[in-house]
Ligand binder design. Structure first.
Ligand code: ZN
Ligand code: ZN
Length: 214
C-alpha cells in the first residue's frame, strides 16, 4: 500500500491519500483542509479510483472537506459510530478553536474494532483507540499505521476535549502496545517526523510510562 501526505489548514493537519498499487483502489484518511484541486491532480496522476473517506475521529481539522469530496467522487464515508455525531452536527464543535462552516455528512458505514477495510488486495485493519475522542481509531497494517490524534511522534493526543478521557487513554495505550506491528511507520494526524512503532516504544514517554495522558 502506498500513501501520499498533504498538510493543510490552520493547525497543519495531515491528510493521507492511500492506495493499492495494483487495483488503484484508494481512500483519503482525514480530509480536513486538503485542496480539491490537489486531490484531483493526485487521482489523475496515479489513475486512482477513490472509494473511501476515512475519518480517524470527528474533529473539525480532520473532517472539514468530507462533504465536498463525497459530493464529487461519491465515495463512502467511514467513521467509528461513537464519533458520527461530529460529522452529522459539526456545528457542535464551534466551541473549540474553529468557527467556520462545516457541511454535515452521514456515515455510509462504521469503523469497527477488529474489522478490515479492503483496497483490492491491500488491507487496513481497524483498531478502536478511545481517549482523544470516544470514537477515535487507528488504521494499520504491517507497514503503516495511521494514528490520527491518538499517537504522535514522541507524544499522544490531548484528552481534555469533549468525549476525551485520560483514564481510557491509559487502557488504549496498553492496547496499542499489544497490537501495533513493531515495524509499522507511524503516520499521525499532526507532525511530519516519521518513526517506526518500535522506536516510539522506547522513546515516546507516554508509551514508556514516564508521562501520563492529560
Ligand atoms: Zn483531534
Ligand atoms: Zn487534529
Amino acid at each position: 500500500m502506498k500513501y501520499i501526505r498533504s498538510v493543510n489548514g490552520p493547525i497543519a493537519e495531515n491528510a493521507y491519500i492511500v492506495y493499492d498499487e495494483l487495483s488503484k483502489i484508494a481512500g483519503i484518511i482525514d480530509p480536513g483542509f486538503i485542496e480539491l484541486s490537489e486531490l484531483a491532480d493526485k487521482i489523475e496522476e496515479y489513475q486512482l479510483n477513490l472509494k473511501y473517506i476515512i475519518n480517524t475521529h470527528g474533529h473539525w481539522d480532520h473532517i472539514k472537506n468530507n462533504y465536498f469530496i463525497k459530493s464529487k467522487y461519491n465515495c463512502l464515508v467511514l467513521i467509528h459510530k461513537q464519533d458520527e455525531h461530529f460529522i452529522q452536527k459539526p456545528e457542535n464543535m464551534n466551541t473549540y478553536y474553529f468557527d467556520g462552516e462545516i457541511l454535515p455528512v452521514k456515515a455510509d458505514d462504521y469503523l469497527i474494532d477488529g474489522e478490515e477495510i479492503a483496497f483490492g488486495k491491500s488491507l487496513l485493519k481497524i483498531l478502536h483507540t478511545p481517549g482523544h475522542t470516544r470514537g477515535s481509531v487507528i488504521l494499520y497494517n504491517d507497514e503503516l499505521a495511521f494514528t490520527g490524534d491518538t499517537l504522535f511522534y514522541g507524544s499522544i493526543g490531548r484528552c481534555d476535549f469533549p468525549t476525551g478521557n485520560k483514564d481510557v487513554m491509559i487502557d488504549t495505550l496498553e492496547k496499542i502496545k499489544r497490537v501495533l506491528p513493531a515495524n509499522a511507520i507511524i503516520l499521525p494526524g499532526h507532525g511530519v517526523q516519521e518513526s517506526r512503532f518500535q522506536e516510539e516504544l522506547v522513546t515516546n514517554p507516554f508509551l514508556t510510562g514516564k508521562m501520563k495522558p492529560r
